[in-house]
Design a protein around this ligand. Structure first.
Ligand code: NI
Length: 249
């Protein structure tokens, strides 16, 4: 009888252990966060706008992510490969919160002054750094200073996304001017250029988000904005126009 009881007891313990192990496996599976995929947007009908933040990640980028989350807005971050290693956690957050990681070269050099091999290296190293930090590889490139040409485009091998609204935040470094530009200048289908490395820009973000919402904009990523549109590798685009992507002049 005692033997039987002991055997029964052991069996229960084994079962409990197996249950706990199963639960742990389930928890582990659940604990691996997945990037939020791009939403299906009909930006011909919806008043879409893509906010983009360049030259980071930096010390203020996490604050931008917090503010975007509070506002339920998505954005695209054109990052420098050389900055990614100092802020891997921030880069990791981006796709998990629905934002788009994008390539702005490694060193912010003027690509037209580099050899094609050097351009390819700038792009590739940045792709690798962002992929390593976030698990996601960028699908678009923004040339530093907007400076590019056909040869650079070919070496880049990805669509090059410029902008339709330049906030000039890097020049003014002024919260009020950032808010004014960020809220009043954008039009449907636009791409707005900001820099998340400047404090007055980051300070302006909550007010810009509120103002754009009031104007009826849905804030989308670059991929969401151009969804269903044909973007050629090396092509240069500034916004989503009435007839599709607008090619830069
Ligand atoms: Ni830049």
């Amino acid at each position: 009888m005692a033997v039987l009881a002991a055997a029964g007891c052991t069996g229960q313990v084994d079962e409990r252990r197996a249950g706990a192990a199963r639960q742990q496996v389930a928890l582990k599976k659940k604990a691996v966060p997945k990037p939020l995929p791009p939403r299906r947007m009909d930006c011909a009908a919806v008043k879409c706008l893509a906010l983009t933040f360049d030259d980071g990640p930096g010390e203020y980028t996490a604050r931008v992510l917090d503010d975007l989350r509070k506002a339920g807005a998505r954005a695209t971050f054109y990052m420098l490969g050389q900055n990614v290693g100092s802020h891997p956690d921030v880069v990791r957050r981006m796709p998990l919160e629905g934002h788009e990681v994008a390539n702005h070269s490694w060193s912010h050099a003027d690509m037209t002054g580099l050899s094609s091999g050097a351009v390819r290296s700038e792009v590739r190293r940045t792709q690798e750094a962002i992929k390593r930090a976030s698990g996601v590889a960028p699908t678009s490139f923004r040339p530093p200073y907007g400076s590019t040409d056909a040869r650079v485009g070919k070496a880049v091998g990805m669509p090059q996304i410029l902008w339709s609204v330049d906030s000039l935040d890097w020049l003014h470094r002024n919260v009020r001017k950032n808010v004014r530009a960020g809220v009043s200048e954008p039009e449907k289908g636009g791409v707005v250029l900001f820099h998340d490395i400047h404090k007055p820009t980051v300070t302006a973000v909550p007010e810009i988000l509120a103002g754009l919402k009031k104007r009826g904009f849905t804030l989308v990523t670059v991929t969401e904005l151009f969804q269903g549109q044909r973007l050629d590798p090396g092509g240069r685009y500034t916004e989503l126009g009435e007839k599709g992507p607008t090619v830069a002049q």
